[in-house]
Design a protein around this ligand. Structure first.
Ligand code: GLY
Length: 366
C-alpha cells in the first residue's frame, strides 16, 4: 500500500477508480472459499486475533468481532473504550457502541450507556431482541439490566485522576485545584511522567474508540464500533460510534467500514457509509478511506490550523478480502507516532501503516 499518498496522487487515483465502475456488488459469487480477514483500529490487535480464532472455530462474524472488542472494553488500561474509559465532564463514563450483521442485514446500537462495561454486547442484543435499532441513556441501561447485565463503576482510579486534573486546570476562576499555599508540589501529579501524561491527555482530549470488521470464508461480513467517546464531553453527547453509517457500516454485498477519532467530523460526512459507497463504485478500501478523510478536510477548506485540532481514521474491508485504512494525519503526538491499523489476514496478525492525507498536524494531536 502507498501510505505516502500525496493529495494530488490520491485525487488522480480516485478518478481512475471511479471511471472503472467495477461494481463489486455485481460480481458473481465465487465458489472458492475466501481467506477470512479481520481489520481493526490500532488498539485492536488482540481483538483481531480473538475474532480470527473464533471464526476458525466456526463462529459467526458478528459474534467474533464482538468477542474481540470485549477484550478492549474490559481492559482498564485502554482509556478510550469501556471499563477505564475517560468520563464525561461530570466524571461519569458514558459508552456508545453499534453492531451490524451483514448476512441478515440487521443493526443495533446503544448510546450514552452508563455502568455497563460491554456496550457492544448490549448493542447486539438491541439488534437481536428488539424491534428498535438504537437505545440511549436510561432506557439503554434498563434494557441491559433486563437482560442480566450487572451495573458496575466504570471509572478507574487512573481515569478519575485524569478527569480531576482536567477539572482543576479548566479555569483559574473557580475553586477546583490547590489553593494559595506555600507548598509547590502538586499532590495529584506524583511524578514528572505522570504529569506529562496528564498534560498530554488534557491538551488533546482522546476520542479513542475501537472498530473491528470481519469477513469469513463464505464472504459474510460484520462489524462493531465501541467507545467511551470524547473525553470530558457534555453529558448526553453522542458520537459517531453508535450511529449506523457514521462510525460503522456494513453491506454484505460490498464490504464494511468503520471510524475512530473525532466523531463530530465523521457524522457530518456519514463517514462509514461514504467509504462503503465508494467501494461499491469500484474504489479500493484505501482510496475509499482517503476520500472520506478528504471530505472531512474539505469541511474546513483544508485549513490545516483548524484540522490540526483533531485526527480521524477510517478502516475498510471489501467483499474480496482487500483492506485498507486512512487517517487525516500520518504522524501524531509529541513522538510523531505513525497512524496504523490492525489486520489479521488469516496467516499473520499485525499493525500496518495507514494511508494519510497530511503528514502531521501543525501541533501534536493524540
Ligand atoms: N469516535 C468516537 C467519538 O467521537 O465518540
Amino acid at each position: 500500500m502507498d501510505s505516502t499518498f500525496t493529495r494530488r496522487g490520491f485525487l488522480h487515483g480516485t478518478a481512475s477508480a471511479a471511471t472503472g465502475l467495477s461494481l463489486t456488488a455485481q460480481l458473481p459469487a465465487t465458489a472458492q472459499p475466501l481467506q477470512p480477514v479481520v481489520v481493526s483500529s490500532a488498539n485492536g490487535l488482540r481483538a483481531t486475533q480473538k475474532a480470527m480464532d473464533l471464526m476458525h472455530k466456526g463462529a459467526d462474524t458478528l459474534a467474533a468481532v464482538v468477542a474481540g472488542v470485549n477484550i478492549v472494553e474490559d481492559d482498564p488500561n485502554d482509556n478510550s473504550v469501556g471499563y477505564g474509559g475517560l468520563p464525561n465532564e461530570d466524571g461519569e463514563v458514558e459508552l456508545d457502541a453499534s453492531v451490524m450483521h451483514g448476512p441478515t442485514k440487521r443493526a443495533g446500537a446503544v448510546a450514552a450507556l452508563r455502568n455497563i462495561k460491554n456496550p457492544s454486547q448490549v448493542a447486539k442484543l438491541v439488534m437481536e431482541r428488539t424491534d428498535h435499532l438504537l437505545l440511549s441513556g436510561e432506557g439503554a441501561l434498563r434494557f441491559a439490566l433486563a437482560h442480566g447485565f450487572k451495573k458496575e463503576n466504570l471509572l478507574t482510579d487512573a481515569s478519575r485522576m485524569v478527569w480531576l486534573r482536567w477539572k482543576e486546570t479548566l479555569s483559574t476562576r473557580d475553586d477546583w485545584g490547590p489553593g494559595l499555599s506555600i507548598l509547590e508540589d502538586d499532590e495529584l501529579a506524583q511524578t514528572p511522567e505522570q504529569q506529562q501524561l496528564l498534560d498530554r491527555i488534557i491538551a488533546n482530549r482522546p476520542t479513542g474508540t475501537i472498530n473491528c470488521l470481519a469477513l469469513n470464508e463464505r464472504g459474510d461480513i460484520s462489524g462493531t464500533t465501541t467507545t467511551s467517546g470524547l473525553a470530558f464531553k457534555i453529558p448526553g453527547r453522542i458520537g459517531d460510534s453508535p450511529l449506523i453509517g457514521c462510525g460503522l457500516f456494513v453491506d454484505n454485498a460490498v464490504g464494511a467500514a468503520g471510524s475512530t477519532g473525532r466523531g463530530e467530523e465523521c457524522i457530518k460526512i456519514n463517514g462509514a457509509h461514504t467509504v462503503v459507497e465508494m467501494m461499491r463504485r469500484g474504489a479500493s478500501p484505501t482510496a475509499a478511506c482517503l476520500e472520506a478523510v478528504k471530505r472531512v478536510a474539505d469541511n474546513y477548506n483544508g485549513n490545516l490550523k483548524k484540522l490540526s485540532q483533531f485526527n480521524i481514521h477510517f478502516y475498510a474491508l471489501n467483499k474480496k478480502g482487500e483492506y485498507g485504512a486512512a487517517a487525516l494525519f500520518g504522524y501524531v503526538g509529541p513522538n510523531r507516532k505513525r497512524s496504523q491499523y490492525a489486520v489479521h489476514n488469516g496467516r499473520e496478525n499485525k499493525l500496518l501503516d495507514s494511508a494519510y492525507l497530511y503528514e502531521a498536524p501543525l501541533k501534536p494531536t493524540s
